[in-house]
Design a protein around this ligand. Structure first.
Ligand code: GDP
Length: 520
């Protein structure tokens, strides 16, 4: 098979959701379809206790969560599926965000009893910003949840994206009868077991016991409303990330999951051309290229090694291949490779656009680095910096270890594990993160890799805003609008809350404040 055909088979996506919405449960069903696992309950140790086989960091084991996103891949009906896991735990990290730069589409799971929750919203924003196609699965239909119309409206209003209901629930909770599949014009009856009985629309008349029910009558009227609203399904709008196809179902039952997966996989985009140094690089071009979106240290504590995760963007990767690191122009032979299948890692011999590979990092790579085969040295667009939300002052416990302390911080910041700021007055180190987990990993690694004990002093959740000015009058800022500098010496203010942010804006309308999300 040639490079183009291999590339066209790739479907690379991530699943985003708020903790407990059902990501693990849904992922397991996908892996069952892909014959990657035989029993549900094997994906995460949280539930099955089977985590011990892998050699993740201690901290991962202690907390029973996956600190860094892993990658799963399998063949499904002639396609090569790559699922990038995003940590489902509440305290996710910047890696979760960065993972979204490495996928071609996203599945968003919403708990139908809760609607849109905080983490979904954050991750969604990144997808929207990058124009990634988003498919929505509204889960837990077997429980009494929110009204389906209200859920659609919530998605449209809060996320600013159009919706198209691909199917429609008939009842919910104890009164759940099934779903009407608008795509294939058929009803799928919920039988309470895994068998999904499909009844074509024309044959529904013979099912009087069903169509006479209150739930069915109500759903029929609702579907009529949807049809009358008459918005046509627009695949182009889906590809642009402007419209999300919405599916209702239950990951646990499971119900509506396989039809969802089939519909999704048929529409999910193959790898698309990506911008590098102002040009579009075609995924089917001969020469390999890719970028590093994550670096994971200490995957194997015995070896203290580091693995860089590369998203292949074009061509064919072969183990032992020589590539150029675009940032430095240095030639590197890539001999040690890994592919990730659930919790095991295998040596990988070749990969194509859309695939994710792990390469050994002898401490030369940085997040965002481009690797290219041949003499071209274009670079893929820089990964966005994600605004941190939690901030802590950090100091070294034993001042005799100041040198290691600085070295450790410098390296971990460069690696993208954490973001560094300096306060103006005393030049203190302030580190920012998007989740508590990043602090735990930071502390663990400072301890284990640099032999430094650190002391944190929390300054709490903050709203960072960059100041669009060179001249800053320090007197305007105080504890509620803490003035700091980032690594590039840009000024930013860390506001204590929405109130202090608004107060500042009202008081100093001439100072332009930027939210990084808007800049990118
Ligand atoms: P994650 O945190 O997003 O990975 O969520 P999990 O897949 O671990 O699910 C969280 C909880 O919700 C578990 O107890 C699941 O059994 C449950 N759950 C998942 N899907 C469904 C569903 O469709 N219906 C019901 N009733 N519970 C579900």
């Amino acid at each position: 098979m040639n490079i183009k055909e291999e590339m066209q088979k790739r479907r690379t996506f991530a699943i985003i959701s708020h903790p407990d919405a059902g990501k693990t449960t849904l992922t397991e069903k996908f892996l069952l379809y892909g014959n990657l696992i035989r029993n549900a309950g094997t994906v995460k140790g949280k539930k099955s206790g089977k985590f011990a086989t892998s050699d993740w960091m201690d901290i991962e084991k202690q907390r029973g969560i996956s600190v860094t996103s892993s990658v799963m891949n399998f063949e499904y009906e002639g396609l090569h599926v790559n699922i990038l896991d995003t940590p489902g735990h509440e305290d996710f990290s910047e890696d979760t965000y960065r993972t979204l730069t490495a996928v071609d589409s996203v599945i968003m799971i919403i708990d139908g009893t809760k609607g849109i929750e905080a983490q979904t919203l954050k991750l969604f924003k990144v997808c929207k910003m990058r124009g990634i196609p988003i498919f929505t699965f509204i889960n837990k239909l077997d429980r009494e949840g929110k009204d389906p119309f209200d859920l659609l409206k919530e998605i449209e209003d809060e996320l600013d994206i159009q919706t198209y209901a691909m199917n429609w629930p008939v009842g919910m909770g104890k009164r759940f009868k099934g779903i009407f599949d608008r795509e294939r014009d058929q009803f799928i009856r919920f039988t309470g077991n895994e068998l999904e009985e499909a009844i074509a629309k024309e044959e529904l008349q013979q099912q009087q016991d069903l169509i006479q029910t209150e739930e069915f009558q109500a759903a029929a009227e609702e579907i009529e409303l949807l049809n009358e609203a008459g918005e046509a399904f627009d695949i182009e709008a889906v590809q642009q990330g402007e419209l999300t196809p919405v599916y209702f179902g239950s990951a646990l039952a499971p119900f509506g999951v396989e039809t969802f997966f089939q519909s999704f996989i048929a529409m999910a985009p193959q790898p698309f051309p990506r911008k590098a140094s102002g040009e579009l690089i075609a995924p089917e071009q001969e020469a390999f290229s890719g970028f590093i979106f994550k670096i994971q240290a200490n995957m194997n504590p015995a070896h203290r090694d580091r693995v860089a995760f590369v998203r292949v963007c074009s061509g064919k990767f072969e183990r032992g291949m020589k590539v150029t690191l675009a940032r430095t122009g240095k030639n590197i032979k890539i001999a040690q490779t890994q592919q990730f299948i659930a919790s095991s890692r295998e040596t990988l011999e070749e990969a194509y656009a859309g695939d994710i590979i792990g390469i050994y990092d002898p401490n030369v790579y940085r997040i965002g680095d481009t690797l290219v085969q041949g003499s071209d040295t274009y670079e893929y667009e820089e990964l966005p910096q994600f605004p941190p939300e939690l901030f802590k002052k950090v100091t070294v416990k034993n001042v005799m270890k100041s040198k290691q302390f600085r070295k450790g911080i410098e390296q971990l910041v460069q690696e993208g594990a954490i973001q560094l700021f300096r306060s103006l007055r005393s030049d203190e180190y302030i580190i920012g993160a998007v989740g508590q987990l990043q602090y735990d990993v930071f502390e663990y690694r400072m301890n284990n890799e640099y032999n430094v004990e650190i002391v944190f002093e929390s300054i709490g959740e903050r709203i960072p805003r960059w100041l669009k000015t060179e001249q800053v009058d320090k007197k305007l800022f105080d504890e509620r609008s803490l003035l700091v500098k980032d690594r590039e010496d840009n000024f930013l203010a860390l506001f204590k809350n929405d109130f202090s942010l608004r107060w500042f804006q009202d008081k100093h309308p001439s100072i332009e404040l930027i939210d990084l999300f808007e800049v990118n």
